[in-house]
Design a protein around this ligand. Sequence first.
Ligand SMILES: [Ca+2]
Length: 450
Amino acid sequence: MKKILMSVILSLMLTCGIATGCKAEQGQGKETYDRDAGLDPTASTAFFDDFTDREYSASLWSTGNSKWGPDFNHGVSPDNVLWNDSGIVTIKSLGKYYPDQEINYQGGTLVTKDTYGPGRYETRMKMMPRFGACTAFWTFMYGTAQDLDGNLKNNLNQEIDIELNVGGDFRNVWFTNWTTEDDKAHVEKETEFFNADGEWHLYTFEWHTNPMRIDYYIDDIHLATLESNVPYVAGVINIGNWFPQSWAGNADFEEDYMQIDYVRYTPYKGQPCTPYGGGGGGAEFPSVSTPLPQVANMIVNAGFENSYPAAGKTDYVWSFYQDASIKSGAGRTGKGMTANKDGIGFQRIPDILGGFEYRATAWVKLADADSVCKLQAYFLKNSEDYVGTPAAVEISSATTGYRDGEFFEVEFTFTAPEDARRVEITFETTNGSVSVDDVFMNLAKKYVKA
Ligand SMILES: [Ca+2]
């Protein structure tokens, strides 16, 4: 316990050492910084929404219905914002391989109906755990307003951003504050954990205008302070995910989710800002409770039914060596993959977490009692270099659940090496003929029933 505490303290000191303006927290016994000083939780603008009361949530939030960023993206849609009356908002993210290619590259947002000024902004959420879309928590104001000295300013673009899925690693996070489209302060930091680990994490920024300062925290660990280009005009609060040009990586997935447990805003006393008109736009907060989604499948085209001619050279996403291919009628339903002796079919899943246990399932049919399928997981640390030892399981007539000439479900769990960031799920027929359909993979812990 003491050791753990010490390492936390050490890492905090290290983090502070490289952060700008962190001297107050380094302390040395001379200065102390009270994060809670000036907070005004009884102010009329303060709110805490845990999403258990639909009417309350609907009074605060609309759902984004707009598009910005690259041409290929399909913006944010109210259709992707789901509410569950247990107090969870789920926001869908539809990746490059979402079967309906008219709405792929599409995310969703919650946007406040009102604008908010300096204060503590917090959300407890699970980020969207695939690259390609950015999970973000941010304020936004665009237009003309006075600065704090009463001078009229045009073309303002004021934002405070926490952005995830950046820098090709789920430990990376961007903190950025903007006053115009050109003027920003920005820093990239690293958490000690993968933000995409499927756990709830608390994302916080504390916006001060007197003096100008923004402190950024994750799980109450101070990661950065930025003191330039601090916004001074009230803005709407956004939380959601969307598909930027390429800085959030490639969206090599069909569908996944972020979830929001709560959002809290607490203003400060004595921190001025310029009021600005309300949020508006968008659609209503969801009117009915929707069941929480199933665990997303990290495998693309899991049932071999789809092709993606518009998405690039690999129409089916699966790759094949030797005598292996997708065949109509070869699946448990519809199409399936069939591989004869020495044939291999595989798919590379690009964004796994090193050190985590994964669970894969597949429906497999062995043509006869002599047929054998080797199911393997090969690990890579980047797009080229393999790491660690592949995990493997042999599927044969000795396998539990085996049925001669019929599909049966197999389960395969493996732990990715610490430095692994990609995995290839590989089906190899070492004897006879094997068909595969309905493959599934995700973090093993997501299957643990509460
Ligand atoms: Ca199928």
